[in-house]
Design a protein around this ligand. Sequence first.
Ligand SMILES: [Ca+2]
Ligand SMILES: [Ca+2]
Ligand SMILES: [Ca+2]
Length: 284
Amino acid sequence: MDQQMDIYVNEEGPFGYSGKRKSLAKSSENIYESLKSNRTGPALSVAEDVKKSSCRAAAVCLGVLCLLLLTGLITLVCLFIKGNSEWEMKMVLLHNSFTNLTQERDQLQTSFTNLTKGRDQLQTSFTNLTQERDQFQKRVEDMANEIIDFRKKLQDQYNKQGWVYFSGSFYHVSSTKKSWQGSRDDCVQKGADLVIINSREEQEFMRRFPKPRWIGLTDRETEGRWKWVDGTLLSQSYWILSEPNGHMLRDEDCAEISNHLFNSWNDDLCNSEKFWICEMTSLL
Ligand SMILES: [Ca+2]
Ligand SMILES: [Ca+2]
Ligand SMILES: [Ca+2]
């Protein structure tokens, strides 16, 4: 009753209304607490404790969950950062690889360009060389034809003078007889010398000339040491069987050739007068 009277008393008056209002609220709470404590008693107090314990447990669980979530979140962030770093590293490596590949591609492109230029230059050089070769071959063919023509003309000219051409040499057979030395002097005067037989073909060619004739072979310097007029020693010979023999112990030091046999050489006295054969080696 006194409190209610205070309420009414405090509501009066135009001034101090707020302070009175607060006083009124506080009084009401006290009244409510008093009433509540009066109504529930000790049982309500135990329930309140249980409720508080539950709240604490829930709070603890919530805290643990938050801690776990935070830990998981940190782990995820670390994994993300680690993964991100690895990805960035891979990206850097890929970028470097791409850069290197690009440089290698450019170098290869440059090399290919240079090789292409070199190939083109070689192709041009090859074409020029081919043209020069063709021109050179044509010049050689022209020169060969000129030589053939010149040789024909020369042969005709020598033929008119009694010379016969065979395998690079001109041959002249005499129509008169002289000693071996006289025969040789005549050949030298013609710009030639007594024939030197260098091959089987030349030996066979000699058989076309009839009658025994002096050839450019002698052993006047050393008996039995036959030499050609150019100073070379005799290696391949075509003596008649049992020749050279120095017949009847005569000093037969000069060689003659006849045409009746393939092996047709004979040694005879150098002062004997015989026909002879001159040979002029041709440069053609
Ligand atoms: Ca000869
Ligand atoms: Ca002799
Ligand atoms: Ca003889």
